[in-house]
Design a protein around this ligand. Sequence first.
Ligand code: SF4
Length: 78
Amino acid sequence: MSYVITSPCIEEQAADCLDSCPVDCIEKGEDQYLIDPTICIDCGACEAVCPVDAIFYEEDVPEEETEFIAKAKEFFDV
Ligand code: SF4
């Protein structure tokens, strides 16, 4: 389990989460930022600073956004 960045990031890409992450596991993808699920320590710091509420704990990702769980795994080749 890890935190997951969902669709509101595509329009925003504020990148506030980057500085909040203690383990540097957030990277810029082609159209959004993504969290490496193998490194994320589930601290929730990024969720708190996201201006568009795009970040959710994997279990809490809204039904219509679950494709972003797979998208992150694919990006990091997990
Ligand atoms: Fe980084 Fe914590 Fe967010 Fe995981 S939950 S991406 S460790 S800030």
